[in-house]
Design a binder for this molecule. Sequence first.
Ligand SMILES: Cc1cc2nc3c(=O)[nH]c(=O)nc-3n(C[C@H](O)[C@H](O)[C@H](O)COP(=O)(O)OP(=O)(O)OC[C@H]3O[C@@H](n4cnc5c(N)ncnc54)[C@H](O)[C@@H]3O)c2cc1C
Length: 462
Amino acid sequence: MDYDMLVIGSGPSGRRAAVQSAKLGKSVLVVDRGRRLGGVSVHTGTIPSKTLRETVLNLSGWRERGFYGRGYRVKQDISVHDLVERLHKTLDHEVEVLQHQFMRNTVKSARAAVKFLGPNKVSLTSDTGDYSEVGFANALIAVGTRPHRPRDVPFDKTRIFDSDEMLELDRLPRTLTVIGAGVIGVEYATIFSALDVPVTLVEPRNSILDFVDREIVDDFIHQMRDRGMTIRLGSAVKEIRSKPEAAEVELADGRTIRSEVVLYAAGRTGNVGSLGLDVVGIDADSRGRIKVDPNTFQTSVPNIYAAGDVIGFPSLASTSMEQGRVAACHAFGVPLPPPPETFPYGIYAVPEISTVGQSEEQVRESGAAYEVGVARFRETSRGHIMGVNTGFLKLLFSIETRRLLGAHIVGEGATELIHIGQAVINLGGTVDFFVNNTFNYPTLAEAYKIAGLDAWNRMGRG
Ligand SMILES: Cc1cc2nc3c(=O)[nH]c(=O)nc-3n(C[C@H](O)[C@H](O)[C@H](O)COP(=O)(O)OP(=O)(O)OC[C@H]3O[C@@H](n4cnc5c(N)ncnc54)[C@H](O)[C@@H]3O)c2cc1C
């Protein structure tokens, strides 16, 4: 065998699996067909969109508008150049850190497209046509996904873009239509809206972000509408046209939306087409997703693992990393404890949403008796100081066990604050934790104390 572990794809799951394998003293080769290491996460997904968001919030003065009013701006004329400058610096830094991490851990990497020749052998073909074959004991398929691009959508990178291409905009659009109100769609829609670009968000279904607590989503939708975004729920798209003067989105109900640019963000497809999965007998579904054992991440071929977006939900960089690590540990016989009960979900829209554990709808469905505690950020002193006048935290507790069942946040700092809820849920903590512990003051985290007291006052001492 040439390598103990062959990793196909250098995104979060591949990277973690590679480093974990190397730490266990194994020989590792990471092969990625992309120009630079890092995957979707570094180059077109997580890091670029979050960098863009941070830049927009800083330059637009968004966080200060609670104090100074909606007309407040740090920089008057924000150009694409302003946005891209920080993006490139951040991405270069990410790649450098990754390369250094591979070097330190003697993880080898190669740039090539991979194809299976058998359960222990692949071929590597470089851009220039160089061909080689590599033998492996274990492999991890970590090839990720690409934007779903229906044939009848005229993507042209002038008026109609997919989410990868949005980073190549050469000017800020004067108006934007976003099709698809999934996580990627709402993130980009609200980021551009924070730049005061008029945005229309179109979603064929009647609801959005169905995995999030309804009260949080309702508040989020209210905030989007309140700042002038147009949201068309239950609106199927009939046709998208790219015209010299504008992009046109014709809805099934007869209305037509015109905007300078359209972002089509409705789903992603697994990159399995050229992997030769049929040679080893691994199946993928119509969206290119591979089925795995959810505890070990083994495919139907025991020494070939798959992790990250190519195995489907939840399709997050955060969960992908953990899947890669678990796969590597399993491959080399490292015993692992059972996975934690829950993991957090972060939606980096403006405002942020983050959620962990059960939603109120799920608790109700379970039939468990529960109590709710709510704290509005504007009730906290830190909120006053920061000029935060929107956002809230909602906690759900079991009346029987007093345990925290779910924590849900919309508003400033949600994706950081959620980890308090995550820790308490996974450590089996109860409402009494929030009531009996002192929190730093003034902080937004104090909202946990307020929400805990809110529920406790109705639950009594148990
Ligand atoms: C706009 C956007 C925003 C996002 N924001 C967040 C966020 O805020 N938080 C979060 O947790 N997640 C976020 N995600 C999701 C996150 O980016 C993905 O979950 C994560 O990148 C998946 O990692 P992965 O390991 O599957 O590999 P990926 O990052 O998908 O990388 C796969 C790699 O495999 C390579 N590859 C593909 N086929 C082959 C082949 N045949 N041979 C060799 N190499 C191949 C590709 O070149 C690529 O480099 C976002 C995604 C998008 C698109």
